[in-house]
Write a new protein. Structure first.
Length: 185
């Protein structure tokens, strides 16, 4: 029979609460782990909000940190203070996030308005449509079933009333014709 441990109250012993709770979580106490993660999530939100302004980015970093805590929970030593271990993980996640943000900003250009998309008469889409229309019906249907409708070879063959091998040949010939036609354009 499992011995029940006395519940720790954060208000009664705020200094050791997180460390003791993490120790219990390591022993398999799901309730303790749930309470710890809820408490830590609020703490992390406050910590990251000083550095991350976007709400979505803030939540992403908090969740990423909670996942890192979960993955690394076996490395925590209950005889040591919990917060330094927690904030070492949080600092690493924050550094990774900021590094990705800087990298993304180096190639991403933000604009006030979305640029207007003007269709050119000879766009690749038009060329593809013309190439499809020029195919024999059997090849066009094979291509449509497999690449546009996303059917399996067996399903498409059943619809077309042919064998899967024959359908593959038709599709291959369609790919080859389309490729030749598009490279000429």
């Amino acid at each position: 029979m499992r011995e029940t441990q006395p519940r720790l109250n954060q208000e009664e012993n705020p200094v050791d609460w997180r460390g003791v709770t993490m120790g219990r979580a390591q022993e398999g106490d799901e309730e303790a782990y749930r309470a710890l993660l809820a408490d830590v999530a609020a703490l992390l939100r406050r910590y990251f909000s000083k550095h991350i302004r976007e709400v979505q980015d803030l939540e992403d970093v908090v969740q990423e940190t909670l996942l890192s805590i979960h993955r690394g929970r076996h490395t925590y030593d209950p005889s040591r203070p919990f917060e330094p271990w927690l904030f070492a993980i949080a600092r690493n996640v924050k550094s990774d996030h900021l590094r990705r943000l800087i990298s993304r900003q180096s190639w991403e250009i933000l604009v006030e308005e979305q640029p207007e998309q003007v269709a050119q008469p000879d766009t690749p889409i038009d060329a593809l449509g013309d190439a499809l229309e020029s195919l024999p019906e059997s090849q066009r249907n094979a291509f449509r079933h497999l690449k546009i409708d996303g059917r399996s070879v067996e399903e498409a063959a059943a619809i077309e009333g042919t064998t899967p091998g024959n359908l593959r040949v038709r599709a291959h010939r369609a790919y080859k014709s389309i490729r030749e036609r598009l490279t000429k354009s």
